[in-house]
Design a binder for this molecule. Structure first.
Ligand code: ATP
Ligand code: MG
Length: 395
């Protein structure tokens, strides 16, 4: 069956009180953005506390559903059959036609669940349920009613027009992007950070991202992989800016001057400092990383304390309590996994020590960093000033 409309359901709990307008405006905007990349022409309307997508003419149904499933804030996507309100007889007939076209095999149990938004309709919802249920049983004798656990629920909404549907495709949940502040994601080419970024966007944050590369030790292809990951993410997060920072000189300097077992921690501290410089420039309210306790030496609680010490903004680590397998499952779900595992070198692994410290003492690390004092501020400034800015948009 072809559908000319989608009814979009969103989480009622999130939209109580004065947040409602902010939530709905952001949701409408994100739905429109998502549908821009789908073949077809769509009009998105908010009516009586609901969103309707009116699909005009031919359109890519699967593409539309897939795009809508990536919009945070949506809990359900219902392809609806819409017709004019011409009284109960016409409503019965249209609903029977709907069931006929949707289900060639009618050996199932059902119930009708009507909602009368238009109080001028002469029957109340209980009466509509009874009348339409009876009409369905008369036309399709194989059907059986089960009001407790039906196989199929036929929803009918009587408003200025009448909307009938029986499918609720699950949405992504969360809050529409744009209802929280902006956050700066440290995006590597690995498995974790894309998942972390999408998780933060799911709570309504706009993203911006920073990627550190170390040419010629890391290749152009490694950078392209990060851009590809960012593009996949942007179907959920909306378009965003990616800052690509040349980190080679800073890494070399740390490598030459500091104890090798502390390299990773010191390098991580400079990544955080530089990310924070971009965050401040773009009015971000926090940093985001893909760290998870104990995953590697640089993510023990001791190491995280040492890394965290240099940040003044909050650092959001949405994966902090996740096992690797849980992160992989989510990467597969959002579609970043296959790209993340492509084998390109990462700047962190190039200068890595054989036996990195797992319990760094922040005081000792601070002492080691003093060896960089005469050049490092200038190098950081240079890295920020010469960063390449790439505009990422969903494809
Ligand atoms: P990921 O899979 O996200 O790369 P990881 O398990 O490889 O994580 P680390 O390399 O220790 O872990 O990195 C921890 C976090 O630091 C990453 O999740 C990411 O947020 C950030 N990070 C690491 N390397 C880079 C990089 N080259 N550019 C930007 N951020 C990075
Ligand atoms: Mg990594």
């Amino acid at each position: 069956m072809e559908f000319s409309h989608f009814l979009i359901k969103y989480g009622e709990i999130a939209v109580k009180g004065k947040n409602r307008n902010v939530f709905e405006d952001a949701l409408g905007r994100q739905i429109r953005i998502a549908l821009k990349r789908v073949d077809g022409s769509f009009v998105v309307e908010k009516k009586t506390g609901r969103f309707y997508v009116h699909c005009q003419g031919e359109y890519d149904y699967d593409g539309a559903v897939e795009a809508l499933q990536k919009v945070f804030g949506i809990v359900g996507i219902c392809p609806v059959y819409v017709f004019d309100d011409e009284g109960i007889e016409s409503l019965k007939e249209h609903t029977c036609d709907f069931v006929d076209r949707m289900y060639s095999d009618k050996d199932f149990t059902f119930k009708v669940q009507a909602r009368r938004g238009n109080k001028r309709f002469p029957l109340n919802s209980m009466e509509i349920n009874a009348d339409v249920g009876e009409a369905l049983l008369m036309r399709f004798p194989e059907l059986r009613v089960d009001v407790h656990k039906p196989d199929v629920t036929i929803y009918i909404e009587v408003r200025e027009a009448i909307y009938v549907y029986s499918t609720i495709i699950p949405g992504a949940g969360g809050m529409p992007v744009g209802t929280a502040g902006k956050a700066m994601l440290l995006l590597s080419g690995g498995i974790d950070s894309p998942v972390a970024g999408v998780r933060i966007a799911k709570r309504g944050a706009y993203l911006e991202a920073v990627y550190f590369h170390a040419p010629p030790y890391t290749s152009e292809r490694a950078k392209e992989k990060v851009v590809d990951l960012a593009r996949i993410m942007s179907a959920y997060t909306g378009g965003f800016k990616l800052h690509v920072v040349n980190f080679t000189d800073i890494q070399m300097e740390i490598y030459e001057k500091c104890p090798h077992e502390e390299l990773t921690i010191i390098m991580r501290r400079y990544m955080m400092r530089i990310a924070e410089a971009f965050a401040q420039k773009s009015d971000c309210l926090g940093l985001v990383t893909g760290e998870s306790i104990g995953q590697v030496a640089s993510q023990t609680m001791h190491s995280l304390r040492a890394t965290n010490e240099v940040c003044t903004l909050p650092v959001y680590r949405p994966l902090i309590g996740f096992d690797k397998q849980e992160i992989i499952d989510e990467a597969e779900k959002i579609g970043t996994f296959e790209t993340s595992i492509l084998p390109y070198e990462d700047c962190c692994t190039i200068f890595v020590a054989k036996h990195p410290v797992t319990k760094p003492d922040p005081a000792v690390i601070r002492e080691s960093e003093k060896k960089l004092a005469d050049v490092i501020d200038e190098m950081v400034r240079e890295a920020v000033d010469t960063a390449e800015e790439i505009r990422i948009s969903p494809q």
